[in-house]
Design a protein around this ligand. Structure first.
Ligand code: URA
Length: 238
């Protein structure tokens, strides 16, 4: 990778600003001052420093965000705040994007990454990655709904859902449930409850595959996944 591209990607400014840094003799590769922005470096193997500080290179970033209501699961939106708007510059510069979408009024776990391969694998219908949701539902959720969701329900467009696991937390005029699904049709959870005559009032995603939303993350907050969590996620769908 070109040295100026590496430094720019790592947050040391635009290519023009990086050029200035280089010209000033602030950058060393393997201990030697380098002024040529076009030289190629292997950041995984070679030691690059700026003002004597190591440039820690990582090609990918993996973030766990607790999305608040009202925020859009996209990288850009003309009207509304997006999940990417919630990120600090040092993370946004990796240009991560959300893996799958939550509705604007849904809260909870959004995974953001710039790792296209992982995104593809997590989103592949063939991988059946389980996502678990908590929901507040208007209507009495009963044993028969557990059976119906297990068998698959017919959505408003005629699609029959794959087996899903419903756990009733409390049942009443307003019920609280957890639902695990292995697919991601548009408004799927809301439409599944609609199919059994109930209405989702609040929805929060709790987990994606083997990873649960860190309950120390307040809404709107995020953190990087640990290396172990990244491995867990990658192996999960291997
Ligand atoms: N199902 C829904 O209905 N909405 C979401 O945001 C996610 C799953």
């Amino acid at each position: 990778m070109r040295l100026d591209k590496l430094l720019s990607n790592m947050g040391f400014g635009s290519r023009k600003e990086v050029k200035k840094l280089l010209k000033a003799g602030s950058v060393r590769v393997e201990g030697k001052v380098v002024k040529d922005p076009s030289i190629h470096v292997q950041p995984e193997l070679q030691n690059v420093t700026v003002h004597g500080e190591n440039v820690e290179y990582k090609p990918f970033i993996y973030l766990m965000l607790n999305k608040p209501k009202g925020v859009i699961s996209a990288t850009e939106d003309m009207e509304h705040e997006t999940v990417v708007d919630l990120l600090a510059f040092e993370h946004a510069l990796y240009e991560p994007f959300p893996v799958g979408r939550l509705d604007k009024d849904t809260e909870g776990f959004v995974l953001l990454t710039n790792d296209g391969k992982l995104n593809h694998e997590l989103m592949s219908p063939k991988k059946h990655v389980k996502k678990t949701y908590w929901a507040k539902v208007r209507g009495v959720v009963r044993e028969e709904d557990i059976t119906a969701f297990k068998a698959g329900v017919i959505l408003d467009d005629g699609y029959k859902t794959k087996p899903a696991e419903l756990v009733i937390l409390t049942s009443g005029e307003i019920s609280y449930i957890e639902l695990s699904i292995t697919e991601g049709k548009f408004h799927q959870v809301k439409r599944m409850f609609q199919a059994v005559g109930k209405k989702v009032l609040e929805l929060k995603r709790l987990s994606i595959g083997p990873l649960a939303l860190d309950d120390s993350l307040e809404t709107g907050m995020y953190r990087e996944l640990t290396e172990d969590e990244v491995v867990l996620l990658k192996n999960h769908q291997a």
